[in-house]
Design a protein around this ligand. Structure first.
Ligand code: HEC
Length: 142
């Protein structure tokens, strides 16, 4: 028992550091980098393809209080979602703008939008995809 303890305590800090770490990292990095990139691209393209319908999105807009300031085709406190669609943001960019609005993008709106980090990312992404679908379908003009 005594001899094992003595051996470990004295060896690790002194000389074992360099050779041990070199041996283990080299092998593991080359072996395991295969799977990750393919996965992420598949997820992004899938999410940007199918746009949710207004029926699906309305409850999310209400729940997250977006409807207090935004309407689909009409300017209110905030710009109409159809007008936001015309800016051609990517879905990811819209999600970013929900979390960190940039009031300078809308100088004609005096009240800035408050950052809304409490909106769950999955819901924000659905809303973003729906906003962009308004552009593709050409929202009806009032
Ligand atoms: C308190 C009012 C208010 C609420 C609530 C609100 N917005 Fe806004 N929103 C604004 C105003 C005002 C602007 C334009 C000025 C700005 O961007 O700050 C805006 C701009 C935006 C933009 C465009 C950002 C840009 O820079 O082009 C998006 C996208 C947006 N809102 C989405 C949402 C969504 C989604 C929700 C609900 C989760 C929401 N907003 C809730 C007032 C609001």
């Amino acid at each position: 028992m005594h001899s094992t303890a003595y051996y470990t305590l004295n060896n690790i800090p002194a000389g074992a550091k360099l050779p041990v770490s070199e041996l283990s990292t080299k092998r593991s990095t080359t072996a395991t980098t295969k799977t990750t990139p393919a996965k992420t691209t598949a997820a992004t393209t899938a999410s940007s393809k199918k746009a949710p319908t207004y029926a699906e999105i309305e409850p999310l807009l209400v729940k997250n209080t977006c409807t207090a300031c935004h309407a689909v085709n009409k300017r209110q406190v905030g710009p109409a979602f159809a007008d936001i669609a015309k800016r051609k943001y990517s879905n990811e960019r819209i999600v970013q703008l929900i979390y960190n609005p940039e009031p300078k993008n809308w100088p004609e709106h005096e009240t800035p939008m408050a950052p809304m980090p409490q909106v769950p990312k999955t819901e924000a992404l659905k809303i973003a995809a729906w906003i962009n679908s308004l552009r593709i379908e050409k929202a009806p003009t009032p």
